[in-house]
Design a protein around this ligand. Structure first.
Ligand code: DC
Length: 225
């Protein structure tokens, strides 16, 4: 299929961990009444499926097979069911978080998930997708392509507020490691897409970010008329 979403509204939101992507993407989707897709949860689901099957996350062929065969259900309330098992909590746990960068580095795993993401948007007639490669690979011609950033300190503090059992220094180190892996991998590394609007959320509230995005979307839609 074409990745040119001319007939549908697609909003692509990329950025590093803790940049505010998930919160912003979810609220924006509600506000503009579009469905929302957390593509990071899909990489986490493949990681969960691989671990459950005893597959080494570094084994590209085995992990690719697990991705292709994965039965994945993602509900609007955030429930994630992988091969019939409710994995909502475990996909956010330390075991999956440690292994997900490796899983996401395999090009054939990415190809499978990118194809599922495009299919999801086509089926829904558009949507808000957040991840690392949405504006660069999945939907480079999206109606709106956004790159969110924030200072490393603020990103770590935000994650520390969400996770009860890890201290700030541990979280800062985990985020720094994942940033490096996401930005330096060969296949579709995290980077700002050409033409993306970059928003630094360090000193902005969520509402302020949403207002900027709604304004940008209105402009993009009126420019395309
Ligand atoms: O957004 P997150 O932390 O749940 O993402 C989990 C991992 O998946 C992250 O380390 C990078 C990877 N990822 C990716 O490579 N491409 C995406 N579109 C989304 C996530």
């Amino acid at each position: 299929m074409s990745d040119s979403p001319e007939e549908m509204v697609v909003i692509a939101i990329d950025g590093p961990a803790g940049s505010g992507k998930s919160t912003v993407a979810k609220l924006l989707a509600e506000r503009v009444e579009l469905p929302y897709l957390d593509t990071g949860a899909m990489y986490r689901a493949v990681t969960f499926a691989s671990i459950a099957a005893g597959i080494d996350p570094d084994d590209a062929d085995e992990v690719t097979a697990a991705a292709i065969n994965m039965d994945l259900r993602m509900d609007v309330d955030g429930t994630v069911v992988v091969n019939g098992v409710d994995a909502t909590t475990q996909i956010r746990g330390p075991e999956v978080t440690r292994a997900v960068s490796s899983v996401a580095s395999h090009p054939k795993v990415r190809k499978e998930l990118v194809s599922r993401q495009r299919e999801w948007a086509r089926r829904n007639g558009g949507g808000v997708l957040e991840g690392r490669d949405i504006g660069t690979v999945v939907f480079p011609n999206a109606t709106l392509v956004i790159y969110l950033t924030a200072s490393p300190e603020v990103r770590a503090a935000r994650r520390a507020g969400e996770v009860a059992d890890l201290d700030y220094d541990t979280i800062a180190a985990v985020i720094a490691r994942r940033d490096a892996l996401d930005q330096n991998r060969q296949a579709d590394p995290l980077k700002r897409a050409d033409g993306a609007t970059e928003i630094d959320t360090t000193y902005l509230t969520i509402d302020e970010v949403i207002d900027v995005l709604v304004h940008q979307l209105d402009r993009a839609l009126s420019d395309s008329e």
